[in-house]
Write a protein that binds this ligand. Structure first.
Ligand code: SAM
Ligand code: SF4
Length: 452
């Protein structure tokens, strides 16, 4: 019988997509996939290095596995993903129980690498590039959801924001050919998926080598052409994340205006509301440029939900500069906000600057921003009461056995009384109550939309 593998995933959707892809390759090669670490012959951690805390969590888990070893079960332990790519062979010295280190572009070679490690090779390591024949295909059974699929359209990043490790862990930008992506979406649709999320560090920086597959789709940028091509596949819902402000062309909003199946949500991380800090972050835009983009988004035909990321306590950020971020958040009226305390990442330009905002001050700024966002969000969510939203029913609510849960087209969590028979369908829900991070309502009908 073949060996069994358990994969635990940390970090962003890109890691989730890589895990799905790794699982597909491993099953094809005869491995079985386990849902817990206890029984597996091989335990893989798909790691995240974007902040120090994410990295530490992985090491804590690796140490947990040592306890399994003491109980007489001695699985092979491998690290894949961003920490693996960045730390490479030094991980073997750092963590004695690690047998295998697999970089971000070596996912497709996992079956051979595991084979080598299982047959006694010590310190198995692959930090190489993707192979020519590597495939993006993912078997439907390995997807994180039977209804929502993540589809990477661009890998890596060329932006080199001064605080960010991603260009080092994920390498340079590489866009997938449009024809291949269109093929994925058509296949996913035939397999019964109801929603796709086009993913990448910066999806709107999409720039494939040629325009093969996009000839019949107009647009000011390759990404807006791709969006129109996505709309034409007839996939019920198409979402995309993350958008980079400098590359956010007004034609994206025009494409969303034209096609209802391109969903009404834009994630546009701003990081700071102060020009000096934005420059030190090397973001390549000023506050006014960002606000102009926000105006375009707010001017759309449908109301587009807008979410963002912010870093508090960047090196040298003064109390006044932080207040500029508070004002920007008040002004933008985000539907959701991810707030991060600056975390120094070795090897990035910002690591050479003094990390001089104290931990207490970072926490205070985090909490102040969180309080403000809660107020802003409270108003926005309250505004949904009495209105109807379309919800893709993804499963039972974790909080109440009588409720089902899913996401609206504008990416809000919506709960409502219902039965498991509704799973995988799209329903209309009238909102009756706004909670802090979700909406509650009652089902008023189902959605039968005819798309080409
Ligand atoms: N490419 C996207 C962009 O630039 O908008 C973001 C991708 S990044 C993996 C996700 C988020 O992590 C960033 O938007 C940023 O807020 C946060 N982040 C990245 N590096 C960080 C650091 N060193 N400290 C704290 N937060 C960080
Ligand atoms: Fe990191 Fe900046 Fe690239 Fe986003 S755009 S992944 S923050 S370097």
């Amino acid at each position: 019988m073949g060996s069994s593998v358990y994969i635990e995933t940390f970090g962003c959707q890109m890691n989730v997509a890589d895990t799905e892809r790794a699982a597909t390759r491993l099953r094809e090669a005869g491995y079985s996939l386990e849902s817990s670490a206890e029984e597996a012959d091989v335990i893989l951690f798909n790691t995240c290095s974007v902040r120090a805390r994410a990295e530490q969590r992985v090491f804590t888990r690796v140490r947990d596995i040592r306890l399994l070893r003491r109980k007489g079960h001695a699985p092979l332990v491998g690290l894949m993903g961003c920490v693996a790519q960045l730390e490479g062979a030094s991980l073997f010295d750092q963590e004695q129980s690690v047998d295998l280190v697999v970089g971000t572009r070596a996912t497709d070679r996992l079956p051979e690498l595991i084979e080598r490690a299982l047959s006694g090779e010590e310190r198995t390591l692959d930090l190489g590039e993707r192979g020519e024949g590597d495939s993006w295909e993912v078997s439907p059974v390995e997807r994180h959801s039977p209804y929502v699929a993540f589809v990477p359209i661009i890998e890596g990043c060329n932006k080199f924001c001064s605080y960010c490790i991603v260009p080092f862990s994920r390498g340079r930008e590489r866009s997938r050919p449009a024809r291949e992506i269109i093929g994925d979406i058509l296949r996913l649709r035939a397999e019964g998926f109801r929603e796709v999320q086009l993913i990448g560090q910066n999806v709107n920086s999409y720039r494939p080598k040629g325009l093969d597959g996009l000839e019949n789709f107009a647009g000011a940028t390759p990404f807006s052409r791709l969006l129109r091509a996505m709309a034409a596949t007839g996939m019920e819902r198409v979402k995309f994340t993350t958008s980079f402000p400098r590359d956010f062309h007004a034609d994206i909003v025009a494409a969303l205006d034209e096609h209802e199946n391109l969903c009404n949500w834009v994630h546009l991380p701003v990081q700071s509301g102060n020009d000096r800090i934005l420059r030190a972050m090397r973001r390549g835009y000023k506050v006014l440029d960002y606000l102009r983009r926000v105006e375009e988004i707010k001017g759309a035909r449908r109301r587009l939900s807008l979410t963002s990321d912010i870093i508090v306590g960047f090196p040298g950020e003064s109390a006044e500069e932080f207040l500029d971020t508070m004002s920007l958040v008040e002004r933008c009226q985000y539907d959701g906000l991810y707030i991060f305390k600056y975390s120094e990442r070795k090897g990035t330009p910002a690591a050479a600057m003094a990390d001089d905002v104290s931990e207490e001050e970072k926490t205070a700024r985090f909490l102040a921003l969180e309080r403000l966002q809660r107020k802003v969000q409270g108003r926005i969510y309250q505004d949904y009461v009495g209105r109807e939203v379309e919800v893709l029913v993804e499963g039972e609510s974790a909080k109440s056995a009588a409720d089902m849960t899913g996401h609206s087209t504008c990416q809000k969590v919506v709960n409502f009384p219902g039965t498991a028979a509704l799973k995988g369908s799209t329903v209309r829900v009238r909102i009756t109550e706004a909670k802090t991070n979700s909406l509650y309502g009652e089902m008023v009908g189902s959605v039968a939309r005819s798309l080409k």
